[in-house]
Design a protein around this ligand. Structure first.
Ligand code: G3H
Ligand code: ZN
Length: 288
């Protein structure tokens, strides 16, 4: 059954581990992530950007696909379907379509406007039993058309949004969407620690989770991060494994062009990556 993410995130925060929020794009992504988390008995959030929702033929179809795949594979671990970097309108549509969790990313608005919209959507989400994430500061780089310079979050503003009753809060702490550049300065743990204080221990969200060194992720978890978003890394391992299948001649074997064969190495690679993250980075294995 799909669930709101509130309980899984609060348990993670209390237990000093994190929940992985892996972005989905299609059936292969959903299957691979769910099977990986079921194998490791880890709760999980499936992130859906507005672009990916469009690609999957709408919010409603994304919800139905996840539900049907969960039923088909007897998935027993807690699963939340979560709108990633949602707009004000998108958050409303996703809630309407049956999403069990949403992010409203109002970080590009002047703070007062971000606050007013966040407040309204927090009330709406909670009235429907849906968990909600809001954002302060900016996550550097670009993801599905969401672009930011990577502004560090102001801990006082984070405290103000936390007080509105948001369930978990995304804050810019030097994290970047996409691949990290070789000269990346790393996460700003001083700002993260300050935010954990000003938010009175609100569960925090680390975006741009692809390619952050394991020890840095673990340190962030000790400072209050309870949800880590991963998107790019799944795309990279899928593309690399598919490329290898083709270059190794898999496609030239009898029926090697069958999509069920062509897409399998990529899907297996995503599942292996997810299992590695939940066991070795997030500590959520066995917490279902
Ligand atoms: O919202 C999703 C993420 O923050 C994922 O970031 O693509 O760098 O893994 P990533
Ligand atoms: Zn993000």
């Amino acid at each position: 059954m799909l669930v709101s993410a509130t309980e899984m995130i609060n348990k993670a925060h209390e237990g000093h581990y994190a929940i992985g929020a892996f972005n989905i794009n299609n059936m292969e992504w959903i299957k691979a992530i769910l099977l990986g988390c079921e194998a490791k008995q880890s709760p999980v959030m499936l992130g859906v950007s507005e672009g990916a929702a469009k690609y999957m033929c709408g919010y409603k179809n994304a919800v139905d696909m996840v539900k049907n795949i969960m039923e088909f594979y007897n998935i027993t671990v807690p699963v939340a379907i979560h709108l990633d970097h949602g707009t004000y309108e998108g958050a409303k549509k996703a809630i309407e379509a049956g999403f069990t969790s949403v992010m409203f990313d109002g970080s590009h608005y002047p703070f007062e406007e971000n606050m007013a919209k966040s407040k309204e959507l927090i009330e709406l989400a909670h009235s429907k039993g849906v968990s909600i994430e809001c954002e302060v500061g900016g996550i550097g780089g670009e993801e599905d058309g969401v672009v930011s310079n990577g502004e560090l979050a102001d801990p006082v503003e984070c405290g103000t949004i936390a007080d509105l009753g948001v369930d978990f809060l995304a804050a810019g702490i030097g994290n970047i969407h996409g691949k990290y550049p070789a000269n990346w300065a790393g996460l700003n743990f001083d700002v993260l620690a300050e935010i954990q204080k000003t938010t009175n221990g609100k569960p925090l969200v680390l975006h741009g989770g692809s390619g952050i060194p394991q020890e840095m992720v673990k340190e962030a978890i000790t400072l209050g991060v309870s949800k880590v978003n991963v998107n790019t890394e799944c795309q990279i391992v899928f593309a690399d494994a598919t490329k290898k299948y083709i270059e190794d001649g898999g496609i030239d074997k009898p029926k090697g062009y069958d999509p069920r064969k062509l897409l399998k190495p990529g899907a297996d690679a995503i599942q292996a990556l997810v299992e590695d993250y939940v066991v070795n980075y997030f500590g959520s294995a066995g917490k279902a």
